[in-house]
Design a protein around this ligand. Structure first.
Ligand code: DAH
Length: 360
C-alpha cells in the first residue's frame, strides 16, 4: 500500500505549502507542482495502472479525496491572497478607486423592430397570426394576383427594383425580368390565401423596396405590416372597427383618426387612414411658424391603406367570393415612427447615430 501512503504524505505536504504560500504567484506554483500535467498527484495517478486490479478502486477513491481537498484549500487561499493583494495595491495608491468603471453598453431594439413588435402584439391580442414573407417576389405575387393591371405605373422600372435574371428563365418576351424586390407586403396575402385553410386572420410585417430618393418622408427601403382577414360575413364595418381599435391601441385616445376614400387595385372599396401629425400636433406648422415638413402642412399623416378584398383577388387565389369576403390593410411602419415617436426625418432610422437610437 505504498501508493496510499504516498498520497497521504502528498496531501499533508501540499496543504502545508498552500498554507505557507505568500502570494498568488507562489500559490499558482504549488498548484502546478501538484495538479499540473507533470505534477506530483498526476504522476501518482498514472502509477495506478501498475496496481493490482483489486486495489485500484480504493486508491482511486482516495486520490479523488486528496485532489478535492487540495482544490478546496487552493480556492480558499486564492481568495484570501487576492483580497490581501488588492488591498495592498490600493493602500499603495496603485489603483485609483475613484475612476469611473468601464461600462458595457447593452444594445437596444431598433425603433422599427420595436414598432413591428407593438403592431404584432396588438393584433396577436385579437387572435391574428403573424406571417413571414419573402422580399424577392415574382411579378405574379407582387402585382398580377393583386389585380394590378399590366400598365399600372408601379410596375415600371422607375418605381420597382427588378432583379436581373441572368438565367433568362424568368424573363418575358421583351427580355424583362419578372423577379423583383417586393414593393409592398400585399403579396403575402396571395401566398396565405393559396397555402392556408380558411378562415384567415393574419398580419405580415416586413421590408419593402421602391426606387425612391431618401428624403424626410421617403426611403428606398422601408417597412410595412400587412393585414388580411378572410371569413364568412366580413363587412366594411369589421374593417373600420378593427382599424379604429388598432389606432387607439397604437397612438392613444388623444390622436385623431380619419378614413378617406381611395383606390387600390386589390380592394374594393378602398380607403386610406390618417392619424393627426405628431410632429406639429396636427396644426400643420411648427412653433416658429414654419410649415411642418413631416405632414407637408396638412396636420395629417397617412398610416395605412385598406379595403375590402376585391372578389377578383379572392377568385384568383381559389376562394369563392360568393361564400367568403374579407378586408386587408397595409400599415406603414416608418409612418408610425413619425406619428408615435415624432421622428422628424426618416433618414435618421438608417444613420446609426447612437444619440438617436438610444432614445427608444
Ligand atoms: N400595399 C399598399 C401600399 O403599399 C398598402 C395597402 C393598401 C395594403 C390597401 C392593403 C390594402 O392590404 O388593403 O401602398
Amino acid at each position: 500500500m505504498a501508493l496510499q501512503q504516498e498520497l497521504e504524505e502528498l496531501r499533508a505536504q501540499t496543504l502545508d505549502s498552500i498554507k505557507g504560500a505568500a502570494s498568488t504567484d507562489a500559490l499558482e506554483e504549488v498548484r502546478v507542482g501538484v495538479l499540473g500535467k507533470k505534477g506530483t498527484l498526476t504522476s501518482i495517478l498514472r502509477g495506478m495502472r501498475d496496481l493490482p486490479k483489486e486495489e485500484r478502486p480504493l486508491v482511486g477513491k482516495m486520490s479523488n479525496e486528496v485532489r478535492d481537498a487540495i482544490e478546496a484549500a487552493l480556492e480558499e487561499k486564492k481568495r484570501e491572497l487576492s483580497t490581501a493583494e488588492l488591498e495592498a495595491r490600493m493602500q499603495a495608491g496603485a489603483i485609483d478607486i475613484t475612476l469611473p468603471g468601464r461600462s458595457h453598453p447593452i444594445g437596444s431594439q431598433h425603433l422599427i423592430t420595436h414598432i413591428i413588435d407593438e403592431v404584432s402584439d396588438i393584433f396577436a391580442g385579437i387572435g391574428y397570426e403573424i406571417e413571414g414573407g419573402r422580399e424577392i417576389e415574382t411579378d405574379w405575387y407582387n402585382f398580377t394576383a393583386l389585380n394590378a393591371p399590366a400598365d399600372h405605373p408601379s410596375r415600371s422600372m422607375q418605381d420597382t427594383f427588378y432583379v436581373r435574371d441572368l438565367s433568362g428563365e424568368r424573363s418575358n418576351v421583351r427580355g424583362e425580368s419578372d423577379v423583383l424586390l417586393r414593393t409592398q407586403t400585399s403579396g403575402v396575402q396571395v401566398h396565405v390565401m393559396e397555402d392556408q385553410d380558411l378562415p384567415i386572420y393574419i398580419i405580415a410585417p416586413g421590408k419593402v423596396y421602391r426606387r425612391d430618393v431618401a428624403d424626410p418622408s421617403h426611403l428606398p427601403q422601408f417597412t410595412q405590416c400587412e393585414g388580411l382577414v378572410v371569413d364568412k360575413n366580413i363587412t366594411f364595418g369589421d374593417l373600420k372597427g378593427t382599424l379604429e381599435y388598432f389606432c387607439k391601441q397604437m397612438f392613444g385616445p388623444d390622436r385623431k383618426t380619419r378614413f378617406r376614400a381611395h383606390f387600390f387595385p386589390f380592394t374594393e372599396p378602398s380607403a386610406e387612414a390618417d392619424v393627426s401629425c405628431g410632429v406639429c400636433g396636427g396644426t400643420g406648422h411648427l412653433h416658429d411658424g414654419e410649415r411642418c415638413r413631416m405632414c407637408k402642412g396638412t396636420g395629417w399623416l397617412e398610416i395605412l391603406g385598406c379595403g375590402m378584398v376585391d372578389p377578383n383577388v379572392l377568385r384568383m387565389s381559389g376562394i369563392d367570393p360568393e361564400v367568403y369576403s374579407g378586408f386587408a390593410f397595409g400599415v406603414g411602419v416608418e409612418r408610425v415612427a413619425c406619428l408615435k415617436y415624432n421622428v422628424p426625418d426618416l433618414r435618421m432610422l438608417l444613420e446609426g447615430d447612437m444619440r438617436f437610437l438610444r432614445q427608444f
